[in-house]
Design a protein around this ligand. Structure first.
Ligand SMILES: Cc1cc2nc3c(=O)[nH]c(=O)nc-3n(C[C@H](O)[C@H](O)[C@H](O)COP(=O)(O)OP(=O)(O)OC[C@H]3O[C@@H](n4cnc5c(N)ncnc54)[C@H](O)[C@@H]3O)c2cc1C
Length: 266
């Protein structure tokens, strides 16, 4: 007999009520939760399946803001004309998440809530100052993704809240996304750079620190006319790659610098 206790919600309101009444871990596509359950980590035993919440799958525009439902799968992002028009670098990122099965099940909200610094959507969302919509029975609050994480896989998300949507206001500039992994498909990133090249450039890195990093000093230097060599030195003070089983800190630093050069020259 399984020791796990699962409930299912069929509406957002029902899900929020359940999370308010009893502590439960939401499961969206389960692509991260299943892995954790099967690796013997200490895990919660009570879960709430939110896969049926179709109302969180909508991708649309409100006013001039792109609104991505938190349950949008990577596959739906890849095929969305709105995302292609406004945030094509998110499509590039989504295409490199796992393989087809993971793209079908994995959700944008799950990638954000899981909070891995290697989550491929996070640098894209950080570079464009995306805002997360967090809902509970007591109300809705909006938190910038750059304010969401408080440490390694820690965030301000409360146990009674769901991420319901991700909002991206319009912005100008050319988008750039590059993921460096062991191979092109089915690889967790060693380094990711997402950026927007404009008079005020925006640059975010994944896998270089406990959380996604917005390289603000580097952005400001480049925007003020610093050379790429000067900007690279500033970047070295803004990121803190680590040695782990996927890569060494020195390799990651070198690749981060190379990506910065590529971003700025492309
Ligand atoms: C083989 C494989 C390859 C992978 N490759 C990549 C890759 O290349 N790049 C990458 O970034 N990731 C990768 N992943 C990780 C994973 O697929 C993504 O992080 C995915 O986006 C998780 O979404 P999910 O819906 O499956 O999340 P789940 O596993 O359902 O949930 C993950 C966490 O988020 C919470 N959560 C989910 N939805 C919400 C919500 N709406 N509100 C609040 N909390 C929520 C859950 O409680 C849980 O803590 C891979 C995973 C596997 C198994």
């Amino acid at each position: 007999m399984s020791t796990l206790d699962l409930r299912r919600a069929s509406t957002v309101d029902e899900a929020l009520r359940i999370l308010h009444d009893e502590p439960r871990t939401p499961i969206a596509g389960a692509t991260d939760v299943y892995v954790a359950l099967n690796f013997g980590q200490p895990m919660p035993t009570r879960y709430l399946d939110i896969w049926a919440l179709d109302e969180l799958r909508t991708i649309g525009v409100r006013g001039d803001t792109l609104v991505l439902g938190a349950m949008a799968s990577f596959t739906s992002l890849i095929h969305s004309p709105l995302v292609a028009d406004r945030l094509p670098m998110l499509i590039e990122a989504a295409k490199l998440v796992g393989g087809a099965q993971i793209q079908n099940r994995g959700t944008l909200g799950g990638n954000i809530a899981n909070g891995s610094p290697a989550g491929d959507s996070l640098p894209v969302l950080a570079a464009v100052d995306a805002v997360l919509v967090l809902r509970s029975v007591t109300g809705t609050r909006r938190v910038a993704i750059t304010e969401f994480y408080t440490g390694y896989r820690k965030s301000v998300l409360r146990p009674d809240e769901l991420i319901t949507a991700i909002e991206v206001a319009p912005f100008a500039g050319r988008q750039y996304f590059r993921k460096v992994g062991t191979r092109a498909a089915l690889a967790i990133s060693k380094i990711v750079l997402a950026g927007v090249r404009d008079a005020t450039p925006r640059i975010a890195f994944g896998s270089v620190a406990p959380t996604v990093v917005r390289a603000r000093a580097t952005e400001q230097a480049l925007g003020a006319g610093a050379t790429i060599e000067e900007a690279s030195e500033i970047l070295a003070g803004e990121i803190a790659p680590i040695d782990d089983l996927r890569s060494s800190a020195s390799y990651r630093m070198r690749v981060a610098t190379n990506l910065l050069h590529h971003f700025w020259s492309s």
